[in-house]
Design a protein around this ligand. Structure first.
Ligand SMILES: Cc1ncc(C[n+]2csc(CCOP(=O)(O)OP(=O)(O)O)c2C)c(N)n1
Ligand SMILES: [Mg+2]
Length: 689
């Protein structure tokens, strides 16, 4: 132990005892009223209190903490009242974390006088990546001089159960913390249980042994029931992180004294309850208080005061107002200021550029203007600048601290944006191929997409996720997939899919300034317009101020008034490479085909879609995706629901053949994908209908 580390004095020990009384009484009152309190599942810290209070008491408003669902003692000790916590146990409107949207002890907090807490999900271990993202963000801000010279260096704390540490994503977080020497403490509370599975069944080593694989993370293993030891250890570790800016693990052994949760009860399967009870931190702390000269009468008084407080808070919370059901759509997306196209799309005197460069120039302009802009992903760093050279020269221009390679960690790439955005940065990240978004999908769904909604509007995640997508030139089964149907199913993220360089640049700008997470799908086959018929993807580079509101479609070509009024026209709704198949097919039917390029897949430009359907009465949807249960089918459903009586034919769909993958052989690839002929055939049959 560092000689300067602080031992708790009498006042701190008494304060800890009062907090521990509150935590214990919370558990007891929930249990006593289990018929009522079990309506919503909850877990409490009983048995884990000493280490949690030792931590909570030493966090400041400059720090960040991610407590997990068993951490109600951390919440009490950073200054939340039993009443505030109980508002969450009853999912009430005034629940300070989520307004009744999420469970007990799933906090999110952004108050000036308290440690900051980003949205906490229930998914075990998944908080490790977003929280490590905070530490990465703090490190960047310190390097860039973006924090005031007098600011006390903040520490990030990620709290985890022992079993949660076996999740794969935790290793991605530890890897990055070790690699980048981040100012983060992982607190692992080891009760030896993973619901009903025990440590012997579920892990080959505990976190102390596991951590040996992460070079540079220092570990303290302690008895988490000894408050003084916990306090001193936390003090030493926090001091070291504050000054030396490097990662630590505190591995605290604790007994689980309560139920796993209100729904999974200890008497069903626990055979160690007697042994666990012997480790109860409560009588231990009581004894420590007495050893420090606190009179027994004062301890008894503290206990009874706490009980009174918790009892009266319980009734108050139980009777508090419920959330207004009409509020369910609040905080799906944070409002964006951009509603109209801005800047100049085709400035005079500029030459056409390929689409990949339009994106590069957009990012370059953003990085020049905003020190908060930071770009990372696999191979985007200086040596290559992206496997498509889509980030070429950026690291040279802006430095390796602003443009850098990550390990092959799609979960980290996507999930870390939550933390980076929380500290005020604007991460632009890249998943190398859409085929590899799957390992990152959990973070996108579990953490990124729900943060704003479940924190009741406190923590929007502003990030840009670039994803090269699509099939061309025998990319084969793992470099060709379309994934948009899965992405548009995730509420809370925006998805754009431009088909030209100008749209890509304009949407990249819009995505950057949007306060929400935006996925940009960039078709690899359009990047250089190498595929015959895709010259149209090349465009004059719009000026620096150019941006396109997310959610606005573009008319690529119109039908003549005559064809429309004669009822001979067809409207096509498409996006990405579909635009070019359709353009080629439409050459067979001059003045007959109107093409709408959606550009944004979520939120959809319903106005433009329905106008098109009503105008032509005959509609075709063209997509590169396979067709079953697809985004394309959902468009058809929407159109038929809204415009049924104005349609003159069933809405058509051209998409890829439904197979689990796109095979490598070029003839097989060609057979699966749509093409101009297939589109022309569908147009033909619609016209003849
Ligand atoms: C990703 C995920 N898988 C499964 C669960 C269900 N689950 C909830 S708690 C839990 C056990 C976690 O044990 P540990 O991390 O040791 O925390 P403890 O409850 O022991 O404090 C499991 C499996 C979950 N919440 N998230
Ligand atoms: Mg456990």
């Amino acid at each position: 132990m560092n000689s300067e580390s602080l031992q708790p004095n009498k006042n701190t020990i008494l304060q800890a005892f009062e907090l521990m009384c509150d935590a214990k009484h919370l558990t007891e009152i929930y249990e006593l009223n289990k018929e009522i309190t079990s309506k919503y599942v909850h877990a409490t810290s009983r048995g884990h209190e000493a280490i949690q209070i030792a931590l909570g008491l030493q966090l400041t408003e400059n720090d960040w903490v991610s407590p997990y669902y068993r951490d109600d003692s951390i919440l009490l000790s950073i200054g939340m009242s039993p009443y505030e916590l109980m508002l969450q146990v009853f999912a009430k409107k005034e629940d300070p974390f989520s307004g009744g949207r999420t469970y007990y002890s799933h906090p999110s907090l952004n108050l000036p006088d308290k440690p900051k807490i980003i949205h906490q999900s229930s998914a075990t271990g998944m908080q490790a990546i977003p929280t490590t993202g905070i530490a990465m963000g703090l490190q960047y801000k310190e390097k860039m001089g973006m924090v005031g010279p007098d600011a006390v260096p903040g520490v990030v704390v990620c709290s985890l159960g022992d079993a949660a540490c076996t999740e794969g994503e935790v290793s991605e977080a530890l890897q990055m913390a070790a690699l980048k020497k981040l100012p983060i403490l992982y607190l692992v509370q080891d009760n030896g249980w993973d619901i009903s599975a025990n440590a012997a069944e579920t892990r080959a080593q505990d976190i102390t042994q596991y951590a040996k694989g992460f070079n540079g993370i220092e570990v303290r293993t302690i008895d988490g029931t000894d408050f003084s030891l916990c306090y001193e250890t936390v003090n030493e570790v926090l001091q070291t992180i504050r000054s030396e800016r490097r990662p630590f693990i505190i591995h605290a052994h604790v007994p689980l004294l309560g139920h796993h949760t209100s729904g999974v009860r200890k008497e069903w399967y626990r055979n160690d309850l007697k042994e666990a009870a012997e480790k109860d931190p409560f009588p231990k702390l009581k004894k420590t208080c007495q050893n420090h000269g606190v009179a027994l009468a004062d301890l008894i008084l503290a206990e009874s005061n706490s009980k009174k407080r918790v009892d009266s808070d319980y009734l108050k919370a139980l009777n508090a107002e419920d959330p207004d059901p009409k509020s369910i759509r609040d905080f799906i997306f944070a409002p964006t200021e951009l509603t109209e196209e801005q800047g100049t799309r085709e400035p005079a005197g500029r030459k056409k550029t390929v689409m990949v460069d339009a994106a590069l120039f957009a990012v370059r302009e953003l990085m020049q203007k905003h020190p908060e802009a930071i770009l990372y992903g696999q191979d985007v760093g200086g040596r290559l600048g992206g496997v498509f050279r889509e980030a070429a020269t950026l690291a040279q221009s802006f430095g390796d601290h602003r443009v850098f390679n990550t390990p092959i960690q799609e979960a980290f790439i996507i999930g870390s944006t939550v933390g980076m955005s929380a500290v005020g940065l604007k991460p632009i990240v890249e998943v190398q191929f859409a085929d590899y978004i799957w390992p990152g999908l959990n973070q996108l769904f579990t953490e990124v997409s729900r943060s704003f909604y479940l924190s009741n509007g406190k923590w929007p995640v502003s990030c840009v996720i670039r994803v090269p997508i699509g099939a061309y030139g025998s990319g084969g089964p793992y470099h060709s997939s379309s994934v948009e149907s899965v992405l548009v199913n995730i509420r809370g993220i925006k998805v754009v899919y431009p088909s030209t360089g100008a749209d890509l640049k304009g949407l990249m700008k819009a995505a950057y300034y949007d306060p929400n997470p935006v996925v940009i799908l960039e078709h690899k086959g359009l990047y250089w317009s190498k595929i015959p018929g895709t010259d149209g993807a090349m465009s004059i580079e719009p000026d620096e101020n150019y941006s396109i509101p997310i959610g606005k479609a573009r008319t690529v070509q119109s039908a003549s008034d005559e064809k429309v009024s004669n009822g001979e026209s067809v409207g096509v709704i498409t996006y990405g490479r579909g635009v070019y198949w359709t353009l080629e097919a439409a050459k067979n039917y001059p003045e007959t085909i109107e093409i709408l390029d959606l550009r944004t897949l979520n939120p959809l430009d319903e106005t433009a879609i329905f106008e098109l359907a009503r105008k032509h009465g005959k509609v075709l949807v063209v997509t590169e995706e396979s067709q079953e249960c697809s985004f394309g089918l959902s468009l058809i459903g929407r159109i038929q629901k809204a415009c049924f009586s104005e349609l003159d034919a069933p809405v058509g769909l051209v998409g890829s053949v439904d197979t689990p993958a796109i095979p490598l052989n070029s003839a097989l690839e060609a057979e699966i994908l749509p093409n101009a002929e297939k589109v022309a055939k569908a147009l033909d049959s619609l016209m003849k209908y």
